[in-house]
Design a protein around this ligand. Structure first.
Ligand code: NDP
Length: 697
């Protein structure tokens, strides 16, 4: 309703409402005037003329020009406050409330020429007029305190204060630039995108620093606040249930920025000689070894694996991998091809560019090393996403690479759930994805990668056979079965969970197995005497216990274990007793499906052909083992087993020198060994003419 309309409005409208409407109308006209003719031109006469009333009437309502301008400024600030309240009502998280502040200021209904010009007119006068200064202060205080209180729930208090001030300054700055450029330089959408990207970037950095600093401190206040953050990753110690850290999730903004940083950094990295790249990897390997104990402890806290394992294997295997590929880096070469006297050819082995690594939760640091070492040695840049359950040691690896002299951006860690993995897999700037994970995830990654024709290496699940022939050394075979089922509480992809034992030694084997399994010490993973630690999560433990229940229900004989362990200090953790089932059949769930827990199935067999056929009767093909003293049979059987990685008279040893990977549904490509080089490089063929060009044209 316009002022003129209201003068002739129905007489039933109460007098107060009419008065309010007149005031509102005059303020509206004042803002129009400020936007069009500025502060100096906005006089009582000007406003009266625009409103079609006498200057006296304007003076009647507002007194003088200063009071009218103060009321107009107050109105502008109130509009922002009201919009902020409306948006707060819809915001569910602290991050969403911060966005509400940004959107209330820069939303399309507010971010326009008229409003901006009026603000600009006021800002020019704020320092000289007490009334305007009061309004400006109240508006700033409100914005800062709203921002500060929400940011404090995501990042430490001191960082929240300065970030709030920066956001407020950027909002004002965007307004100012837009007005000064006569609305040529910014629109609402790009202004909000700019602010959102800035806020996400800073939150990400600050929360990451805070989480890394406090990875050992379950009671960290900043991390506790960050727990409320939208989509935060809560990192839990599965042995105690204690929270270790909270990390923000990386979304499209962070992933895009990481890819861009990697793209730029890779140009210089690939230009180094292999020997120079190798030296950086060597230094990083040395740092890994020096920090073995601290890293092992962090890995144990995050995975629940016994410290006696993480100290002896996880970090050291990573260091060995870096050393191995550091050594290969200088020797990367193509080949010379003789094409007769008039020409020759050669091949160049070139890096792929920016590649992604996506890790599983069972060997977090080792997987990060196994993927990054060959990638970097070959001159690629890598963006690595750890599993969301175990994100901490990859952050440490990134620090170590930096300290070792790896240029910024060549190895980066992004954090998140499957969606962050998908962002990497779909990204057109990434040329390859190496995944360690489940078969279903492998299929999803491969399907997504097809859209941009990325290369993939897939290290997936397994249900591997371990065959014990009648001439095997029983103690060795039992030891192999224990290593292949209970190391890392059975959370090892290559585990030999289907233990085929020849009928003639079956009873003796199972008895020895029972004795040694019952003697395994389940306990606090940080206790060096503990041999079997916690499973990765309560959810996973329930899955494993579900398999045990089905094994019993389907008629397997429980030899030992079969229960959750809750005694004493283990009550709050995810512990399952090492479990052996005997008299299993090929069609039982525990024999067909990957359990990824400490559950072994023993199956009896009578002859070689039979056991080979049964061992191969699975969709998986990751690993296999054979125990026999007959050297001819050992090689004959291994040659017929459908598996990517095999052991004769041992199980689950994975030296870096040997390629590792699966066949059938267990994966594509290989990690480790020289074979990995094939998967992180591409060949360029070059023909070199040494004579004139003979042409029919
Ligand atoms: P998952 O397949 O659940 O996850 C593996 C990784 O992929 C995680 O980082 C996960 O993120 C991410 N991810 C999940 N979905 C997608 C997607 N659609 N696109 C991109 N990334 C995705 O495996 P687990 O972590 O549960 O690990 C256990 C599995 O890994 C077992 O099957 C085991 O056999 C296998 N494994 C194989 C090994 C091998 O070398 N062959 C070695 C070790 C384990 P998030 O965790 O955040 O969901």
């Amino acid at each position: 309703m316009s002022f003129r309309d209201s003068r002739h409005g129905p007489s039933a409208v109460p007098r107060d409402e009419l008065e309010d409407a007149r005031r509102a109308q005059l303020i509206d006209v004042t803002i129009d005037s400020l936007a069009e003719v500025g502060f100096v031109g906005t006089t009582l006469a000007e406003i009266a003329g625009r409103a079609g009333v006498s200057p006296g009437l304007v003076a009647h309502y507002f007194g003088d020009k200063d009071a009218l301008l103060e009321a107009a400024f107050r109105t502008l600030a109130r509009v922002v406050a009201v919009r902020m309240r409306e948006r707060f009502a819809l915001a569910r998280t602290p991050r969403a409330r911060v966005q509400a502040v940004i959107d209330a200021n820069l939303g399309p209904e507010n971010f326009d020429r008229r409003t901006g010009n009026a603000w600009l007119a006021f800002w020019g006068q704020v320092l000289h007029f007490q009334g305007l200064k009061r309004v400006q202060k109240a508006y700033q205080r409100r914005m800062l305190s709203n921002l500060h209180s929400d940011l404090r729930r995501m990042i430490p208090a001191e960082a929240a204060g300065s970030l709030a001030a920066m956001i407020a300054a950027m909002i004002d700055g965007v307004w100012l630039r837009a007005a000064l450029s006569e609305w040529q330089e910014a629109d609402s959408e790009s202004a909000r995108a700019l602010l959102s990207a800035f806020v996400d970037g800073r939150l990400h950095e600050l929360a990451r620093v805070s989480a890394a600093d406090t990875a050992h401190a379950a009671s960290d206040r900043g991390a506790q606040r960050a727990a409320d953050a939208e989509h935060a990753i809560r990192v839990i110690n599965p042995a105690t249930g204690a929270q270790l850290a909270v990390l923000p999730v990386d979304g499209p903004t962070q992933v895009n920025a990481a890819v861009e940083r990697a793209r730029l950094a890779q140009k210089d990295w690939r230009a180094l000689t292999g020997a120079e790249r190798g030296r950086v990897l060597q230094r990083a390997a040395r740092l890994l070894r020096e920090r073995n104990d601290a890293l092992a402890e962090l890995e144990t806290r995050n995975t629940g694996k016994p410290i006696q394992e993480t100290r002896a294997v996880d970090v050291i295997s990573g260091a060995e991998c870096l050393e191995y590929f550091a050594g290969l880096a200088a020797g990367l070469a193509g080949e010379h091809i003789d094409l007769g006297p008039k020409a020759f050819g050669y091949t160049r082995r070139e890096p792929l560019g920016v590649v992604a690594g996506i890790g599983a939760w069972n060997y977090p640091l080792q997987i990060a090393c196994w993927k990054s070492a060959p990638a970097l040695a070959c001159g690629n840049a890598m963006i690595f996403k750890p599993a969301e359950l175990t994100p901490l040691t990859a952050i440490k690896l990134a620090e170590i690479y930096r300290e070792a002299g790896l240029p910024e951006g060549v190895f980066q860690v992004v954090q998140g759930f499957a969606e962050t993995g998908r962002l990497l897999t779909r990204h057109p700037g990434i040329r390859k994805v190496s995944l360690t994970g489940e078969v279903g995830t492998g299929k999803a990654v491969m399907a997504e990668a097809a859209a941009t024709l990325k290369q993939v290496t897939l290290e997936l699940g397994g249900k591997s056979p371990l065959i014990v022939f009648e001439d095997a050394k029983i103690d060795n075979a039992v030891a192999g079965a224990l290593l292949g089922n209970f190391y890392s509480a059975g959370e090892v992809c290559s585990n030999g969970t289907r233990v085929f034992v020849h009928r003639s030694i079956h009873a003796a084997f199972v008895e020895r197995l029972r004795e040694r399994t019952a003697a395994l010490r389940v306990g606090d993973p940080l206790d060096p005497r503990t041999q079997v630690g916690a499973l990765i999560s309560a959810e996973h433990m329930e899955k494993v216990l579900g398999f045990i229940a089905r094994g019993r229900a389907q008629g397997a004989r429980l030899v030992v274990g079969g229960t959750r362990v809750t005694s004493g200090e283990l009550a709050g953790g995810c512990f399952v007793a090492p479990t052996v089932f005997d008299y299993c059949h090929d069609d039982m769930d525990i024999v067909r499906r990957e359990i990824f827990g400490p559950v072994m199935s023993v199956l009896e067999f009578a002859d070689e052909d039979e056991v080979i056929a049964r061992a191969n009767a699975t969709e998986f093909g990751l690993a296999a083992g054979v125990f026999t003293n007959d050297v001819t049979r050992a090689h004959r059987v291994i040659a017929q087993l459908q598996a990517g990685t095999c052991w004769i008279n041992h199980y689950n040893v994975t030296p870096i020198e040997l390629p590792f990977g699966g066949v059938k549904m267990s994966g594509l490509g290989r990690e480790n060994g020289r074979a990995a080089i094939e998967h992180y490089t591409q060949l360029k063929s070059v023909y070199v003419a040494m004579s004139d060009v003979e042409s029919p044209y």
